[in-house]
Design a protein around this ligand. Sequence first.
Ligand SMILES: Nc1ncnc2c1ncn2[C@@H]1O[C@H](COP(=O)(O)OP(=O)(O)OP(=O)(O)O)[C@@H](O)[C@H]1O
Ligand SMILES: [Mg+2]
Length: 258
Amino acid sequence: MAKRIEVSDLDIYYGAFKAVEGVNMTVEPRNVTAFIGPSGCGKSTMLRTLNRMHEVIPGARVDGKVMLDDQDLYSSDVDPVAVRRVVGMVFQRPNPFPTMSIYDNVASGLKLNGVRQRGVLDTAVERSLQGANLWNEVKDRLNKPGGSLSGGQQQRLCIARAIAVEPQVLLMDEPCSALDPISTLAIEDLISELKEQFTIVIVTHNMQQAARVSDATAFFNLAGQGKPGKLIEMDSTQKIFSNPTEKATEAYITGRFG
Ligand SMILES: Nc1ncnc2c1ncn2[C@@H]1O[C@H](COP(=O)(O)OP(=O)(O)OP(=O)(O)O)[C@@H](O)[C@H]1O
Ligand SMILES: [Mg+2]
């Protein structure tokens, strides 16, 4: 089940450095939300707080609240590993396990979760590869290593791996930046299909991509060097790209900076 995310008064730190300040936002379920903004404004940092990946960096911490439906992700009784199972992530560079088979790449999360029956794994692997639009290309070579696929196929394999454990939210940090235009369009089509099932948050530098794939857009900006990034404006993608409220948003999307 797709879930709603609600962030309140979130400050994000790396040690003493406050990287992002005062974020309040709601991410709707069965929706694609895009994070845009200039380099260094904190998009990736913000994204990683949504599945508690931020705190794996020594000294990193947050102040504030991140709710996933009625669960406070930073409550002391919440296991971050369990959070990451519910909130999956796809990274900028395709990072399949290169020597592991295509099949095992997809099955790895389920196996970690204790699933052993071959029939259950077979079904989940096929369903996930279908879901990632990769099944037809790999069904006859499931035992070949993940590293034997093209870059675009590897990224779809990583998406299959992420959706195999049936997360409720899928975070994607510039998932197309290492891909050619055709693979990029394939991933964009896939994102539009996946939003029927998942809540999707995507970081992108590509304005056309944000406009094509997202329903809502959040624009982050920096007040200056060494200052924290802030969420400047969040609204429907249509509003942000046609008639944003803030001057800085308009300047950014029309390419005047960043
Ligand atoms: N591991 C880290 N340790 C210390 N500071 C970090 C770390 N990662 C990021 N930062 C700092 O936090 C701020 C936000 O970085 P972040 O990577 O979130 O920006 P971004 O918007 O994703 O940029 P880009 O578009 O270049 O990917 C920057 O000032 C960056 O230098
Ligand atoms: Mg980034």
